[in-house]
Design a protein. Structure first.
Lengths: 52, 728
């Protein structure tokens, strides 16, 4: 039963990391154009080197 | 670019000083124009890179980014880059584009609200998953201290989450309570607050049941519905409203030998206004100087340009085609014909806002019954057992179980799926209830010019003429910006006809173009000018020397897909009517080509609106499709209305759906999707009611557990969403 004392904080912490990541992506406008992003991976414009 | 960019520094020597140049360029950067264009045909990865590469290659453009979801491209460019230039470039590579008013403020505003909802949704989702994890332990038999500890941890997560994520519901419930109404959000807020309070009390007392998981997942599912609803409406609304206005808000006033640009509001009756060729009349008035031809198609639907000379009466909204005109103002602002038309629209729109959507009707039934149910269960259990704690617990369980999770998702999930489908077909839904109204349509009324036709003349049987004549026509037509001339020149260029070399080429405003070829006079222009009798159809005349003038007729080409759309509608059993302000001959011809059985020509704007009102009076549900100012009142008065993106601003504002592409073919498909969507919405209502029918009695007799509540809630929400996705 003592494992619960570790596991519950650990699970809450990991969930919290996910939440923070979500809020970060929201703030950096990662959800503005989902359809476009899905299509952009198919474009071979910047395959050789990243966009400067 | 061969020329060096103009230096912003004061003198050539200053260029040597990098800091000055640096500061200047930074200043220029701040003044960068943000241009937003709508790209109705963009749909894949190739489109993205084509558009971005083409636009980035335009000198002065700093960056271009396509948003495929909204079918828009945002361009950051120097002020010298105009939207017109970019639209031309995109046209060249086969992507038609329209300018959008960046209206930055409103965009960030809707942006902020939807991101706010998404953030609350994310927080609720996080909390829901963690609490569910703990709840599963409780449901599977955690006892005594362990259960209490899990309840406490759940409380620690749930209470702040409800306080944060529930705010949209609390705020809206509060406003409706202040207005003495019972909205959907009142029972929702009551359920959230009551469930949290009861669960906290039970946790403190060490009770068996805590509803934290139910409260948080309720919040999550409802927020998801709210977000979908908001998102689909905000996207459509902002795009439709931002399509750039065509109207001229300014006029050039002649003041004692000096021309001054003023706003229309500043004009008074009696002022003299100069209208350049290609410009729209800003006011109603009488021509005092100059001669020209006028295109009144947007006001009346007539395709034939009308001659205007001294003494001709002109109305605001007409387009001056060939020569500069000086107009004495007879009515401006509120009294002008443009404004009278807008008044008609306002009256018609007021009549339409009374439509209640399916969701509203449902909410009106739902709210009172839920309150009555919860309160009576409390009263009955209180009377039977006298146990306050038990009675409140049961009332809370009833509230949670009846809570409209599935109801909240039932409409938005379907509307989102349907408007996404329609958007890919080129239809932009501007109004939330437009889809439902579209489903009820049984009569479709079309306008002709610009709606069923492209509104652009196309020469008929031109290639029958002698090649030598064609070369002369090409040369004459190339000298004028008149739409008929442009159509001729474009057609001849496409056929590979090389223009002849003419001397003394000049345009006679209001009449035509003339020149000399091998000593003989050649002329292209109005019938009267060449001494011929004008016919009923749109035509220009060509005369070579003393020979008799030849008629060059034009027809307005039908919009692509118009025949498919009309056929589809007729075979779906809809009544199709063509109402046009144009003359009888072209209307009859088009009705014949497209197979429209009912048509009327020479219909005035008021008559169009009256006809739509009469049809409505007979119990028909009318879909009006139109683009001109003469259609606006009818558009606003119809049950539901569609206008093409090329329509006049007023027409687009008055209609519920904007057709972004050129093709009219998907129209009958759109009606089918709307009917299917309405059926799905009704099925969803039935589904969520069915869950209630099963679960509510269980809650009423006091057998509801948090597990049962969670199960009922999630299964009903998921079924409803899946049902929405079935939409084909």
């Amino acid at each position: 039963m003592e494992t619960l004392l570790y596991l519950i904080p650990v699970s809450l912490f990991l969930g919290g990391v996910g939440l923070v990541a979500f809020l970060w992506s929201l703030k950096h406008r990662q959800y503005e154009d989902l359809e476009g992003d899905a299509n952009r991976i198919l474009s071979d414009d910047w395959d050789k080197h990243p966009k400067p | 670019m061969s020329l060096a960019a103009p230096s912003l520094s004061a003198c050539p020597a200053c260029v040597a000083a990098p800091s000055a140049e640096d500061i200047a360029s930074r200043a220029a950067e701040q003044k960068d124009a943000g241009i937003v264009l709508s790209l109705p045909t963009a749909h894949c990865a190739v489109c993205i890179s084509d558009v971005e590469r083409t636009l980035s290659a335009v000198p002065g453009v700093r960056s271009a980014r396509v948003n495929l979801t909204l079918k828009r491209v945002s361009v950051a460019a120097e002020p010298r880059v105009t939207p017109g230039m970019l639209i031309e470039r995109l046209d060249g590579i086969g992507y038609p584009a329209h300018e959008l008013d960046p209206g930055l403020l409103s965009v960030t505003e809707t942006d902020k609200r939807s991101r706010d909802l998404l953030m609350r949704l994310g927080v609720a989702g996080f909390a829901m998953m963690n609490i569910m994890l703990l709840s599963i332990a409780v449901w599977s038999g955690a006892e005594a201290t362990t259960r209490d500890m899990f309840h406490w941890i759940s409380a620690l997560i749930a209470l702040p989450t409800i306080a944060f994520s529930g705010q949209p519901f609390f705020a809206s419930a509060w406003t409706s309570l202040k207005a003495r109404r019972l909205g959907m959000d009142v029972p929702i807020s009551l359920a959230l607050i009551l469930a949290s309070a009861i669960s906290l009390f039970e946790t403190i007392e060490g009770g068996h049941h805590a509803y934290f998981d139910a409260a948080v997942s309720l919040c999550f599912f409802l927020l998801a519905g709210r977000y979908l609803d908001y998102r689909s409406r905000a996207v459509a609304r902002s795009a439709a409203e931002e399509l750039a206005a065509l109207e001229v808000p300014r006029a050039v006033r002649i003041e004692e030998d000096e021309e001054k640009t003023v706003t229309i509001a500043e004009l008074a009756v009696g002022d003299l206004v100069r209208v350049r060729p290609g410009a729209r009349m800003p006011v109603d008035g009488v021509v005092t100087e100059g001669a020209s031809e006028i295109d009144r198609s947007l006001l009346t639907g007539e395709t034939l340009p009308v001659y205007a000379g001294q003494g001709s009466v002109v109305s605001a909204g007409e387009v001056n085609l060939t020569g500069p005109l000086t107009v004495r103002v007879t009515a401006a602002g509120k009294d002008s014909s443009l404004h009278r038309m807008a008044d008609l629209v306002a009256v018609a729109e007021n009549a339409r806002t009374k439509y209640t959507s399916l969701a509203d009707r449902m909410a009106r039934l739902y709210s009172p019954s839920v309150h009555i149910l919860a309160f009576s269960s409390f009263a009955v259990w209180m009377y039977l057992t006298g146990d306050l704690r038990l009675a409140v617990n049961i009332a809370a369980a009833v509230l949670i179980i009846t809570c409209p999770c599935a109801l909240g998702l039932a409409v938005p999930a379907v509307v989102t799926a349907a408007s996404g489908k329609l958007f890919r077909k080129g239809f932009l839904i501007k109004d939330g209830t437009a889809l439902e109204r579209l489903a009820e349509v049984d009569t479709v009324v079309f306008d002709k010019t610009g709606t069923l036709t492209m509104g652009e003349p196309e020469p008929l049987g031109l290639m029958r003429h002698a090649p030598a004549d064609l070369e002369l026509i090409a040369a004459l037509a190339g000298a004028s910006a008149h739409p008929l001339s442009r159509a001729l020149a474009m057609k001849l260029a496409a056929e590979g006809v090389r223009p002849a070399r003419l001397q003394d080429l000049r345009e006679v405003p209001g009449s035509g173009v003339e020149g000399t070829w091998n000593g003989a006079k050649v002329r292209l222009g109005r019938a009267e000018w060449l001494g011929a009798a004008p016919g009923a159809r749109t035509a220009t005349w060509f005369a070579r020397g003393a020979a008799a003038p030849v008629e060059l007729p034009f027809a307005d080409s039908p919009r692509p897909g118009a025949d498919v759309a009309v056929r589809g509608l007729l075979s779906a059993g809809k009544r199709v009517i063509l109402l046009s302000g144009d003359a009888e001959a072209p209307v009859a011809a088009l009705a014949g080509t497209l197979g429209i059985p009912e048509w009327s020509a020479g219909v005035r704007p008021e008559d169009k609106a009256a006809r739509v009102a009469a049809l409505t009076g007979e119990g028909h549900r009318v879909l009006m499709v139109g683009d001109g100012l003469n259609d606006t009142a009818a558009l606003a008065g119809a049950h539901v209305s569609i206008s093409p993106a090329t329509a006049l601003d007023a027409a687009r504002t008055a209609s519920d759906i904007v057709l972004l592409g050129q093709d009219l073919a998907p129209l009958s498909d759109a009606l089918r999707i709307a009917v299917a969507a309405r059926r799905r919405i009704k099925e969803n209502f039935a589904l969520s009611l069915a869950y209630n029918v099963v679960a509510v009695p269980v809650a009423l007799i006091g057998l509801a557990t948090p597990l049962l509540a969670a199960l009922a809630m999630s299964t009903s929400s998921i079924t409803v969403s899946l049902n929405a996705l079935r939409l084909k």
